[in-house]
Design a protein around this ligand. Structure first.
Ligand code: C5P
Length: 242
C-alpha cells in the first residue's frame, strides 16, 4: 500500500474516471490521498482504484462492508489485491465480521509480499442525528456512548481504527489510546454548507482534537477553486503545502 502524504483525504464522489482524474490531477500535489466510495466504485469498478494507484496516489476504498464474515473476508481480500491503502467495514457487523476482514486482508498482503492496508470500522454515520439514531435506527442512549462501544469492539477485534464524527474524537482517544486511527468525515470549514452532514466540526477543530485523517468532499470538490479550498484547509490544520 502507498502511505498518505498528510492527513487530508479528498472524497472523489463522482460518476466517471474522467471527473475523478481531473480532480486528482488538480489536487494530487497537495492532498494526502483520495477516497473512492460507492459512487465511483460502482460506476467505474476496481479500475478506479488501479488507475489512481498508477498515479502513485494512496486510496481509501470506502465501501463500508457489512455482510456475513465469509463474504466480507472475500471482499477485503480483493480490495487488498487492488491496492487499497485503507478499507472499511461497519462495526455493526460485529467483532467476528471485523476480525474476518482484517485477517483476510493481512493474509492477502502477506501472500503478495505487500504492506497491508489499514482496516477501520465505520461507527455511526456523520449524517445521522441523535433523534434519527434513537427513533429510526432504534438504538437507545447518546450516539457518543455507542460510538465508543463500537470503537472498543473494533480495537478488540484487532482493527487499526474507526471512522467517526469529529465530535467523538476525544472519548475515542481516551478509550482506545493514541495509536488508534481516527478518520473523521463531517468536516466543514467555517461558513461552508453542511449539506447532509449533521455532526460536524471545522478542519482546525478536528485536527486539534487529534483526528488522524480528515475526509473532505464537497467543500473542496464543489468549490469554485478546489485547489484554493484545499490549501485553505491545509493552512487551517497547519500542514505545509507540498
Ligand atoms: O462531501 P462530504 O465532505 O460530505 O463527503 C464526506 C465523505 O465521507 C463522503 O464520501 C461520505 O461517503 C463519507 N463518509 C461520511 N460519514 C461517514 C463515513 C464516510 O460522510 N461516517
Amino acid at each position: 500500500m502507498l502511505s498518505f502524504k498528510n492527513p487530508l483525504i479528498i472524497a472523489l464522489d463522482v460518476d466517471t474516471m474522467a471527473q475523478a482524474e481531473k480532480l486528482v490531477d488538480q489536487l494530487g500535489p497537495y492532498a494526502g490521498g483520495f477516497k473512492v466510495g460507492m459512487q465511483l466504485y460502482n460506476s467505474v469498478g476496481p479500475e478506479a482504484v488501479r488507475r489512481l494507484r498508477e498515479k502513485r496516489v494512496p486510496v481509501f476504498v470506502d465501501l463500508k462492508l457489512h455482510d456475513i464474515p465469509n463474504t466480507v473476508a472475500g471482499a477485503a481480500r480483493v480490495l487488498t489485491r487492488h491496492g487499497a491503502s485503507i478499507l472499511n467495514v461497519h462495526a455493526a457487523g460485529g467483532a467476528a465480521m471485523m476480525a474476518a476482514a482484517l485477517n483476510a486482508s493481512r493474509e492477502e498482503a502477506a501472500r503478495e509480499g505487500s504492506k497491508p492496508p489499514l482496516v477501520v470500522a465505520v461507527t455511526v454515520l456523520t449524517s445521522v442525528s441523535q433523534d434519527v439514531f434513537n427513533k429510526e435506527i432504534g438504538i437507545t442512549g447518546p450516539i457518543q456512548e455507542q460510538v465508543v462501544k463500537w470503537a472498543l469492539l473494533a480495537k478488540e477485534a484487532g482493527l487499526d481504527g474507526v471512522v467517526a464524527s469529529p465530535l467523538e474524537i476525544t472519548p475515542i482517544r481516551e478509550a482506545c489510546g493514541q495509536d488508534f486511527v481516527i478518520i473523521t468525515p463531517g468536516v466543514r470549514p467555517a461558513g461552508a454548507a453542511a449539506n447532509d452532514q449533521q455532526r460536524t466540526m471545522t478542519p482546525g477543530e478536528a485536527a486539534g482534537l487529534g483526528a488522524t485523517y480528515l475526509v473532505v468532499g464537497r467543500p473542496v470538490t464543489a468549490a469554485p477553486d478546489p485547489v484554493k479550498a484545499l490549501q485553505a484547509i491545509l493552512d487551517e490544520i497547519n500542514c505545509v503545502h507540498i
